[in-house]
Design a protein around this ligand. Sequence first.
Ligand code: PEP
Ligand code: MG
Length: 578
Amino acid sequence: MTFTVHGQAVSRGIAIGRAVLVASSRMDVAHYFVTDEQVHDELRRLRTARDAVVAEITRVQHGLQETTGLEAHHELNALLDVHLMLLQDTQLQDGVKHWVQDRHYNAEWALTSQLEVIAKQFDEMEDPYLRERKADLEQVVERMLRHMRGVASPVAGPGGSDEPAHEDPLVLVAHDLSPADMLQFKQSVFVGFVTDVGGKTSHTAIVARSMDIPAVVGARTASQLVQQDDWVIIDGDAGVVIVNPSPIVLAEYGFKQRQGEVERERLSRIKNTPAVTLDGERIELLANIEQPQDTVPALSVSAVGVGLFRTEFLFMGRDGKLPDEDEQYLAYRAAVEGMHGLPVTIRTVDVGADKPLDRASRDDHLNPALGLRAIRWSLSEPAMFLTQLRAVLRAAAHGKVNLLIPMLAHASEIHQVKALLARAREQLDQRAAVYGPVRIGAMIEVPAAALAVKMFLKHFDFLSIGTNDLIQYTLAIDRVDETVAHLYDPLHPAVLQLVANTIAECRAQGKGVSVCGEMAGDVTMTRLLLGLGLRSFSMHPSQILAVKQQVLRADTRKLRAWAQEVVQSDDPAALMAD
Ligand code: PEP
Ligand code: MG
């Protein structure tokens, strides 16, 4: 049966493929494909884990006989018998085997996928006693996962397999994916993504955008409605997911997909055209990157530098073991060298909120976005921060580096950052380590910072406006929460006034200013930002050419008065069409 699910349009274009469901169980595990050669090892890991859990339960049963009273003994023993039975259950074993052998899922993914299949069957059972056995099944699976976590994985990382498990294109459908999960999928086979949760500027969406493949987030119940192997169309422009489309719909979207390719091909012709407006204003189009290797797509669209290197992706998904100075230095240096002399803006680590360090540390505070995030976390961990600062300073010996600090609001934070930077230099001097000069910039992404922008200009060489957070904090809309996504409005007068004011103050004082939030890559905003005086835009490489096209068609002299009118208006959206 055909049906449609609506969500947030995240990433351009159309993807058509068969659904691969990532289990949305409480058990958060890594998901990746293994190679043919690794299938055997994965099955062995599963067997070892199962045998270990059987041995563990048997030991507990023996212990029971010695320590507990007769009645409790019977009850617990019966429960443990159920657990043993579930572990030996052929449906669990055969199912898991199928996911590994036929689909090439890693062991943990296979186990949680089969858990979902069986759990659904339990849910449908009439007998309440049997229905409750689902919890037992979850417990034994959790025990197996714990054992597997303790055993070093002999398998390759994401994308380890060149061969998809079957020949059709695959789209991934999940309840939620962390930004780190998303990064894991970056080199994998998926042609599109759908998640139940998330807003347009959630970090999961941002990484999807950097992959330049169609994605829809905030699709509510998609992961429950879509079945494994269903044919799915993802319209990343409209935020629509069509499941089991009819041949006519499929043909229509196939046509749209080809049209998109033609448009991209057309855009690629302006790759080497300088980004200069009709009135001769030179516009800087920079790339946002998450990993050093992202400099390759950045250069392929002629980005004139990196305006935002989100370094937190080096820190995430490492089970608390943070990268040391040398590892970071090598990564930053790789990015600097990868840009061949063009400037690279390295932002210090911004973890917290929807970018947890690892799965276990996922923030369960009430208001993680208002908590110990970004620079706040860095200042609370000075040794970690100094390590990063030293690594950035050393990388600056290899090319032009700007150091960017996220989420500043307070003068005290500015002073602490400066003192720690001086301390990092001293430490390098003591070791006679080679390092280079850096320009230092602040992100303006908290309304307090935008309102006190003069204070920031006294201390920094340049500012970069993080519109994703600026919108979130100005409008009190969690950027990750799809239930309030409709209120996340880049055109709210308050947001526009903060952006306009920051640009104007920087220009008045002759300081560099750029926008590095998603607003910079949104072609519907280019003219407005140009009209407000912005001359530096940083965005995912995939958006650079489309924005350049807007730049080439714009005359900033004509946009100035109109932009002021938009900012002063109660209904900016109405004026935007003019
Ligand atoms: C922003 O907030 O706009 C920004 C660029 O930072 P991030 O999206 O990484 O929070
Ligand atoms: Mg931000």
